[in-house]
Design a protein around this ligand. Structure first.
Ligand SMILES: Cc1ncc(COP(=O)(O)O)c(C=O)c1O
Length: 423
């Protein structure tokens, strides 16, 4: 998180003190660094130097219009999983020729929408879906470009809810029958079979599952070519993990309990590991990173409302809730939490919880953090991915605001909802 740092014990985003932003725009608040976003994109995209490729940003991680505009201007493509995401990508300026459309449950109207906008490719997840896309394309007098999503049965060693490349997951077509399904796709008159797609999960911290997948994909490409089916592109998906623990280090912050396995490789390292393998197939390469582009670009700023000590546990109750950032409740995900202003003093072991009427509404449990009081401000770090895009109105809580920092300039990129806006 190089663009979030402490200067004289105050948390800054780029050149702006976060406490000043919180005072001006209120809390809870998502705050993003423009420079971090651009740096992240360039470090991933740049790792392909000289190789024909497209980095399609996975909109599901965060689809704020202004953030999308920045990525589109950087030359990114877009990975969408609904007609809504295709719409947002087009509105933000992504070229249709760089938009992929994934998902196990595409509706007919969504398929028509994607065909009407002539997107780059459908990533198809089942035999039945192939037949439906073929029929719809035929009715519309079009040919649909498709890639088949292959499930390589690789254990990505990530949380079970975000593992997608195992036989037991609902995603893709089992690699053992993939050649037959490719042959079937090839026989359909309104499809152009262009590529192979894989995506084995999210928040993957090891290089090995990616390398194994790359080998399986390259083998499949040669098998298909031998059978007369040419494959023009490999879409290698996303899933490149990020470091959540000790994202910011400072002498006044407790060191978080982390092992080497919690540390993510640098962004470009994932690509460097698989590129030599993928290149042997002689295809153009597409990737679909979400988290590794956007996670450490954003923080969630929240205010301490109350403290409570029931003799067994100490609670710090904040004004953000699980409806604003669901990852800890949903996946027991870890986010470092730091005060916006650091003071001398011993850390305290507390639960940091939200105001939502669920016991699962927490951001940290039994976590040592610097001691804080009512009115203090906290930043929940590395919250840019699967943060705002996963928000809900649960408990009739209005959607929070989002702001973008660019050096010493700050602007609102999503207005805070008011209770009058609730339906
Ligand atoms: C098909 C597909 N591509 C890309 C992504 C983005 O993954 P990540 O944000 O981990 O890079 C996902 C997310 O799970 C996905 O399902």
């Amino acid at each position: 998180m190089t663009h979030f740092h402490f200067h004289e014990n105050e948390l800054y985003c780029e050149e702006t003190p976060v406490a000043e932003i919180a005072a001006e725009f209120g809390t809870p608040l998502y705050l993003y660094s423009r420079r971090q976003l651009v740096d992240n994109f360039r470090s991933i995209d740049g790792a392909f130097a000289g190789v024909d490729h497209t980095t399609c940003y996975a909109l599901k991680a965060n689809s704020n219009h202004e953030l999308l505009r920045i990525l589109a201007a950087e030359g990114a493509g877009a990975d969408a999983v609904s007609a809504g995401e295709i719409h947002l990508a087009l509105k933000a300026g992504f070229s249709p020729s760089k938009i992929t459309f994934a998902g196990v449950g595409k509706q007919d109207a969504e398929i028509e929408y994607a065909l009407r906008h002539d997107i780059f490719a459908f990533n198809v997840e089942s035999t039945e879906e192939l037949a439906v896309i073929d029929a719809i394309a035929g009715r519309m007098g079009k040919k649909a470009r498709i890639a088949l999503r292959v499930n390589p049965d690789i254990d990505a060693s990530t949380h079970p809810y975000i593992s997608t490349g195992l036989k037991t997951n609902k995603f893709g077509i089992d690699i053992s029958v993939a050649a037959d399904v490719f042959r079937y796709a090839h026989s359909l008159p309104h499809l152009h079979v262009e590529g192979i797609h894989t995506h084995i999960g999210s928040q993957i911290l090891k290089l090995d599952p990616f390398e194994q997948t790359a080998r399986k994909v390259v083998d499949l490409v040669s098998g298909l070519r031998a059978a007369g089916i040419d494959i023009r592109h490999i879409d290698f998906g996303g899933g490149y993990g990020v470091t959540y623990k000790n994202a910011i280090r400072h002498p006044l912050l407790p060191m978080e309990d982390a092992t080497a396995a919690d540390e993510a490789p640098m962004n470009g390292e994932f690509i460097a590991a698989v590129l030599p393998i993928l290149k042997t197939a002689g295809c153009s390469i597409v990737i679909e990173p979400g988290r590794s582009i956007i996670a450490n670009t954003g923080i969630l700023v929240t205010k301490v409302l109350f403290r409570k000590d029931n003799g067994v546990k100490k609670f710090v109750i904040v004004d953000a809730g699980m409806n604003d950032l669901i990852r800890p409740s949903l996946y027991q995900a870890y986010h470092q939490i730091v005060p916006l202003t650091l003071k001398q003093g011993d850390p305290e072991r507390v639960d940091v919880v939200g105001p939502v009427c669920e016991t699962g509404d927490f951001f940290a449990r039994e976590r040592a953090i610097p001691s804080v009081q009512r009115g203090d401000m906290l930043a929940i770090l590395t919250a840019g991915a699967y943060g705002f895009s996963f928000t809900s109105h649960y408990n009739a809580r209005p959607a929070l605001a989002e702001v973008l920092v660019n050096g010493d300039k700050v602007r609102v990129i999503r207005e805070r909802e008011r209770i009058e806006d609730l339906m």
